[in-house]
Design a binder for this molecule. Structure first.
Ligand code: UGA
Length: 444
């Protein structure tokens, strides 16, 4: 979030200083390389580094020159699921220390995802104690949660669907609103001015709702699988047409992963419990998700019987397409589950191979491309819905696989299409006898 925000601001003409404690990461950025895969980010970085609008440094005192300071550090989970605010605390301390000898006022913006109360009870006192200045006078503090998605981060930054500004300092809100009106070149109508705590809770509610929507459709998909002549993709399309529901985030699959939804859902549950409330719905959302990956193994066993000694191709490892991020990716338990069943696993992902090698080491084989991955396989499990997989002709899979069997866990293929070709096809959310596709057998 920090790097994308910095690059987008710099590209619009602002002078941006990126501060980080990780020297290796800073060197990478300096060379115009991104520490992770994000579409278009490299070109943004190259352009803004070249013209000097973006520079990076490990020296936090560089902040004293700026009008605005954004806190965009990570907020990982503690072991029991609660939020770890150490990086936020350190960033607030570093900002405050850089302001000790500064006369002009500065606007400090918390963009990191933090539990309600963090700006007021942690950031604000830290800013005041370490700078010797008063928040609301020389320092202005605003909570401004971020809703960008990995893989779509630049577009989400440049075209946000709303802006949330939280503070009890009217000047802080006015300053940030002015900055965004200039940045976006228009007056933002979908803008909420509110308290720090509302702004902080909005972010958690947003991610918890998205997670609940996915767990809901996965739950219905699991029910559909027990009912003849059903197909979750038709059900999702139809209920999505109800304007009150909406179609997005109703793609049944293997559950939600990544660096945000799992961490934020757990942090919200942990926070609620510290206040004596058990958020049953959100806990059920999490529980539903924790088991969903097992569908991939179940369907593979349904197709092949025992997996022992079978060559299984895993298509997609990243937690979602257009990223190389494997944090909380469902591919991790799936690959481990396949290995436990005795399968020989070969995997391919268009972007996440390096991340995968760090996790699976030499326990699996790594293919250079899709066709190498499925070569000689008895079953191919679609784990991540990369466009590259969507466009793959079934004929190619049939020709290369030993036993043409597809386990479509992201519903890339149309049931009618697969019913036309000699392939064994199983998918998430398809009831018995739904289409010929589910019954068709591979060639002998
Ligand atoms: C999520 C939110 O969507 C962003 O709004 C938020 O800013 C971000 O977290 C964050 O807190 O920083 P992200 O983690 O990039 O963004 O990923 P999503 O696009 O939300 O996908 C999360 C997971 O849900 C993925 O594993 C994806 O495969 C899964 N998913 C998504 C489904 O299984 N079905 C769907 O219909 C949609």
């Amino acid at each position: 979030m920090g790097l994308v925000t910095a690059a987008c601001f710099a590209r619009k003409g602002h002078e941006v200083i990126g501060i980080d404690t990780d020297n290796h990461r800073l060197e990478q950025i300096q060379r115009g390389e991104t520490p992770f895969f994000e579409p278009d980010l490299v070109s943004y970085l190259e352009e803004t580094l070249r013209d000097g609008r973006l520079r990076v440094t490990p020296d936090p005192s560089a902040n004293s020159q700026s009008d605005l300071a954004y806190i965009t550090v990570g907020t990982p989970s503690n072991r029991e699921g609660s939020i770890d605010l150490a990086h936020v605390k350190n960033a607030a301390r570093a900002i405050a220390q850089s302001l000790r000898h500064k006369d002009l006022s500065q606007l400090v913006v918390v963009k990191s995802t933090v539990i309600p109360g963090t700006a007021r009870n942690l950031v604000r006192p830290m800013l005041e104690s370490e700078s010797g200045k008063i928040v609301g006078e020389q320092i202005h503090l605003c909570s401004n949660p971020e809703f960008l998605r990995e893989g779509n981060a630049i577009r989400d930054t440049e075209f946000p669907d709303r802006i949330i500004l939280g503070s009890d300092d009217a000047q802080a809100i006015a300053k940030l609103e002015t900055f965004y009106n200039e940045f976006y070149g228009r007056r933002f109508h979908s803008l909420i001015r509110t308290t720090h705590e509302n702004a902080e809770l909005i972010k958690y509610a947003n991610n918890a709702f998205l997670a609940t929507k996915i767990s809901f459709i996965n739950c219905i998909a699991n029910i559909a699988e027990l009912i003849p002549h059903t197909d979750i993709s038709v059900v999702a399309k139809a209920i999505g047409m109800d304007e009150r529901i909406g179609r997005s985030f109703l793609n049944a699959g293997l559950g939600w992963g990544g660096s945000c939804l799992p961490k934020d859902v757990e942090a919200l549950i942990a926070l609620s419990k510290t206040m004596g409330y058990s958020p049953d719905l959100i806990e059920a959302t999490l529980r539903t998700n924790q088991n969903q990956w097992r569908k991939a193994i179940k369907l593979a066993k349904q197709a092949l019987g025992s997996l022992s000694g079978k060559r299984v191709a895993v298509l997609g490892l990243a937690f979602k397409p257009n990223t190389d991020d494997m944090r909380e990716a469902v591919s991790i338990p799936i690959v481990k589950g396949l290995l436990t069943e005795g399968a020989s696993v070969v995997a391919y992902d268009p972007a996440a191979m390096k991340s995968a090698e760090l996790i699976f080491k030499n326990l699996i084989s790594y293919a250079k491309n899709l066709s190498e991955c499925v070569e000689g396989a008895e079953c191919a499990i679609i784990v991540t819905e990369w466009d590259e997989f969507k466009g793959t002709p079934l004929k190619m899979l049939i020709e290369r696989m030993k036993q043409p069997t597809i386990i479509d866990c992201r519903r890339l293929y149309d049931l009618d299409e697969v019913s036309q070709v000699p392939i064994r096809f199983l998918a998430i959310g398809v009831g018995p006898n739904s289409r010929k596709a589910c019954e068709s057998s591979p060639p002998q």
